[in-house]
Ligand binder design. Structure first.
Ligand code: PLP
Length: 373
């Protein structure tokens, strides 16, 4: 098997999706799964759909093309405001898109008319993340203009939290979004099919609150892929955290003097002095680096410490005397490490449990006593 690689356990992706879909169904919310962190990998997308996702969401057209070329026909929504230069492809490849600019909506509408299609529009509202979004007081007028355009249909509204600002959505924000949905309907007389509350950072709200109001959709990536709450980094009860494992190969082992024989005066080498004292342990060098992943986002197996990484090397201190040249080391990844590793041209993905096994719904879950929190 080749190195470096990512082992992907698709049964764990299916399980994580199924678990969240079931928990949110009871709250009147359906799940749109986001495939951007895995570059629209078709088998991973299918595992999410097998797990009960309503549809897929992507930020990049290149990833949507990859999905379509692999034969994925489910609805795909573009969740990054489309580029004006890409509207024809957006209409061709995606059923709907999130929008914040009327110029872009008009271009999408013209493209849809040319293609004899109707493209769905979800208006993204700014509610505090200060990334993309229409200001709430402009929403009604914008919605009316979309409704009046041939070629597009207003499907709904959405909000996004915790991406740029790291601030989680509150119940008050979610109530405000519900109220906006009611106001737009009142002003424009058109029913909003989708009210999308946000991303994985919304899950504590969705699981905890008494009523979810008008919110009937969440766009989920990280929680399903990595089984964690993106704000706290804590495991979500009942989900697997190890659907993805990065596997790298040892290319050098052995003790090395901790202090390199260089002059302290040489500023270019100054950071070498930050190397921690690893006396009592040895160092191993792995054939993977920051060009392949985010080294700081790898969780070190116990008994190992990250010493540092450069573009192509990862240096680790270890007590494990059995590691030798050619050994493999396995790591769990955080979101940033996963996203980069999935996009790295030199990392293979190795799929496991590709086919759902019929009638073994509980067989691939974590032990039953795990509390859902
Ligand atoms: C990335 C993204 C999501 C998914 O975020 P996760 O934290 O991975 O769940 C949802 N909506 C938008 C607009 C995004 O860009």
């Amino acid at each position: 098997m080749s190195f470096p690689r990512i082992d992907v356990d698709l049964s764990k992706i299916r399980h994580n999706t199924r678990t969240i879909v079931a928990r949110l169904r009871g709250r009147g919310i359906h799940v749109t799964t986001v495939t951007k962190a895995v570059c629209g990998h078709p088998a991973i997308a299918r595992a999410m759909l097998d797990g009960g996702a309503e549809g897929l969401a992507e930020t990049r057209l290149s990833n949507v093309k990859r999905l379509r070329q692999a034969g994925v026909t489910c609805p795909v929504t573009l969740i990054r405001t489309p580029m004006l230069s890409q509207v024809d492809d957006v209409v061709q490849l995606c059923e709907a898109s999130y929008n914040t600019e009327i110029t872009v909506v008009a271009a999408l509408a013209a493209a849809a008319v040319r293609q004899n299609k109707v493209h769905g529009i979800i208006l993204m509202v700014e509610m505090g993340d200060l990334r993309e979004g229409i200001m709430p007081h402009d929403l009604g007028d914008m919605a009316q203009r979309v409704i009046d355009m041939p070629g597009v249909a207003l499907k709904g509204i959405g909000a996004n939290f915790a991406c740029l600002s790291g601030i989680a959505p509150t119940s008050a924000k979610m109530r405000a979004l519900s109220a906006l949905a009611d106001n737009v309907e009142g002003q424009c007389g058109s029913f909003l099919q989708t009210v999308s509350g946000g991303n994985s950072a919304n899950l504590p709200w969705a699981f905890g609150v008494r009523t979810t109001g008008r919110i009937n959709d969440l766009r989920l990536g990280e929680a399903i892929l990595l089984g964690v709450d993106p704000i706290t980094g804590e495991q979500i009860g009942g989900l697997f955290r190890d659907a993805f494992t990065l596997v790298a190969e040892v290319i050098e082992t052995g003790a090395k003097s901790v202090r390199p024989h260089v002059s302290r005066a040489d500023g270019t080498l100054a950071k070498i002095w930050l190397v921690p004292d690893t006396s009592g342990s040895t160092r191993v060098v792995l054939g993977i680096g920051n060009q392949d992943t985010d080294a700081a986002g790898l969780s070190m197996p116990s008994g190992h410490t990250l010493i540092g990484a450069t573009s192509d090397h990862l240096v680790i201190g270890t007590n494990d005397a059995s590691l030798c040249v050619g050994s493999e080391m396995r790591f769990q990844m955080n979101y940033s490490a996963l996203m980069r590793a999935m996009a790295a041209p030199d990392i293979q993905t190795n799929l496991r449990n590709d086919r759902p096994v019929p009638n073994t719904r509980d067989a691939d879950g974590p032990s039953k006593h795990l509390a859902l929190v």
